[in-house]
Design a protein around this ligand. Structure first.
Ligand SMILES: Nc1nc2c(ncn2[C@@H]2O[C@H](COP(=O)(O)OP(=O)(O)OP(=O)(O)O)[C@@H](O)[C@H]2O)c(=O)[nH]1
Length: 313
């Protein structure tokens, strides 16, 4: 813990960074490694998360606020367009965008699309991170770094740094933190010390429920589930050593056929989703949870501005 009650040290730097990259590039794992506590949900998430502070790195010499954006994708629905606008807006508001390129995979059209889009944003520093270096040979890493450099030249992107790291092996994670802090503007801490994330608990809880609900039906319903936590609070009249957190959440699907998939035969699937999500929420918040889930139909919510607003987009 750092104590800045007497003011912050001279030369202190603070600012925002976000990791971008193709699905499974290792963004969440890297965020966790930098922050040092597991907060982010690491698995493939469809592109419906809103921008959220994922973690805060507190250091003697600076503070890094890591924000997350949904993945950029070719818009087919109103939701897709809104999300892409949100991605561009986030990129222009952060100090550094770090593009992750997994070292065990070749750079592809998806990476090129992303870097080309990113090149349109002015005034943001870009760095490239070659992730998962533990999965590649030194020769391969060398080639990969050259490919990243070349991609930069072809897209008119000036990489302030190109850094190879392995979040899993812990290689160069410290160096990456040093570089990121060094690229932040001078200024006071943006968040009080000790905050690992300011993502509202409801958002994290909703994400855990969504993850559980999508498990196994991702192919059928990849973008058709939204979760809204309607109410969350400690139950009254409980002894202090036996708290119970009540959570009421709605799972929105677009059509009644999807409702059937989510609920399952005689409600079996929804019960399993509830059990999985409850265990994860309890692990996250450290409190026993009573989870009440309801499945509702919000017809074609991805195309309806009113529904989107209600769901927080
Ligand atoms: N060996 C190895 N595996 C890694 C490393 N970083 C991430 N992974 C694995 O790669 C997979 C994807 O990692 P995530 O951190 O979830 O990737 P992401 O970019 O956040 O993925 P999306 O949320 O789908 O965009 C997980 O199985 C991780 O355990 C690494 O440095 N080395």
């Amino acid at each position: 813990m750092t104590d800045f009650s007497g003011g912050w040290p001279e030369g202190f730097r603070s600012g925002f960074a976000c990791f971008v990259g193709r699905p499974n590039a290792g963004k969440s794992t890297l965020t966790n490694a930098l922050v040092g506590t597991k907060i982010v949900i690491t698995s493939e998430k469809p592109q419906t998360t809103r921008t959220v502070v994922r973690g805060i790195v507190h250091r003697e010499d600076g503070q890094l606020v890591l924000v997350d954006t949904p993945g950029l994708h070719r818009p087919r629905t109103l939701l897709g367009e809104r999300l892409n606008d949100l991605v561009h807006a986030t990129w222009s508001e952060v100090d550094v965008v770090a593009v992750c390129f997994p070292s065990n995979e070749k750079i592809g059209p998806g990476d090129r699309f992303l870097v080309t889009e990113l090149a349109k944003v002015r005034g943001t520093t870009r760095i490239a991170v070659a992730t998962k270096t533990d999965l590649a040979s030194p020769e391969r890493i060398g080639e990969h770094l050259l490919d990243i450099q070349r991609l930069g030249e072809e897209t008119g992107t000036e990489w302030a740094e190109i850094v190879p790291v392995s979040a899993v092996a812990g290689d160069q994670v410290g160096l990456l933190a040093d570089l990121l802090v060094g690229l932040m503007p001078e200024g006071p801490p943006l968040y009080p010390d000790g905050d690992l994330t300011d993502a509202p608990e409801e958002t994290l809880v909703a994400e855990l429920i969504r993850e559980a609900a999508l498990d196994g039906v991702r192919d059928e319903l990849p973008h058709s589930i939204a979760v809204v936590v309607e109410e969350m609070g400690l139950r009254e009249d409980r002894p202090p050593d036996k708290p119970l957190l009540d959570i009421h959440a709605n799972l929105y699907v677009e059509r009644s056929s999807q409702k059937g998939i989510v609920i399952g035969h005689k409600g079996a699937r929804l019960r399993a989703v509830g059990t999985t999500a409850r265990a994860q929420i309890e692990a996250l918040l450290g409190t026993p949870v009573y989870l009440d889930l309801h499945v509702k139909i919000a017809k074609d919510w991805q195309r309806d501005p009113k529904q989107l607003r209600k769901l927080g987009f």
